[in-house]
Ligand binder design. Structure first.
Ligand SMILES: [Zn+2]
Length: 195
């Protein structure tokens, strides 16, 4: 059976958080050189016992991802993201992006040009692909709909109607089993359908 990219992509984040749960801040900082401040912050919160409930929630998310084997991984549970400070604004887009496994080529336009949504340049690329459905992990904006690294990291894909249905089922199960208060982050995916 081929490796499922969305599963690998989420397992990577889970293993980082798992590791940070038992590291001291200086160790966290030197181990994760691409997001030292963010890693140290997460390990500090674990030391203070403020993240006691996030690993069980992440295990549930992993179980759901394995069950559906989606073409694209869902966003990290917004409750977990909130608890660890993804939305706090205290860390650079680069640090958070590296933590989430986003490719540098995609973080650059996000961080430097505030390219925060799927825009006319994505639409222009998609314009030649009538009938296709393009999906990204919610919160992630690829530098191009053809970004090879994003595809390899399970962050983007072109999907069929059937696969889109699978993503919808996954979203439904996530919101039932991992409820949270973030009205802005109820969806797990962004999608563009070319007609
Ligand atoms: Zn890219």
């Amino acid at each position: 059976m081929p490796e499922i990219k969305s599963v690998q992509s989420f397992e990577r984040i889970l293993s980082i958080v798992n590791e940070l749960s038992s590291l001291e801040e200086p160790q966290a900082r030197s181990k994760y050189v691409k997001f030292p401040g963010f890693a140290a912050h997460i390990s500090k919160l674990f030391r203070e016992d403020r993240l006691y409930d996030i690993l069980p929630r992440m295990e549930v998310e992993l179980e759901i991802i394995k069950k559906y084997s989606p073409a694209v991984r869902p966003a990290l549970d917004p409750y977990v993201s909130t608890q660890i400070g993804v939305f706090s604004g205290n860390f650079s887009d680069w640090e958070v992006g590296f933590f989430l496994g986003y490719p540098e080529c995609c973080m650059k336009p996000f961080a430097e040009e505030a390219r925060y949504g799927l825009d006319e340049r994505h639409a222009a690329e998609l314009g030649r692909l009538k009938g296709k459905i393009f999906v990204t992990t919610a919160g992630f904006i690829p530098h191009s709909v053809f970004c090879g690294e994003s595809l390899a990291n399970g962050l983007i894909s072109f999907v069929s109607e059937v696969e889109l249905g699978t993503l919808r089922q996954l979203e439904k199960e996530m919101s039932a089993r991992l409820p949270h208060m973030h009205s802005a982050y109820q969806g797990q995916y962004y999608e563009v359908r070319m007609t």
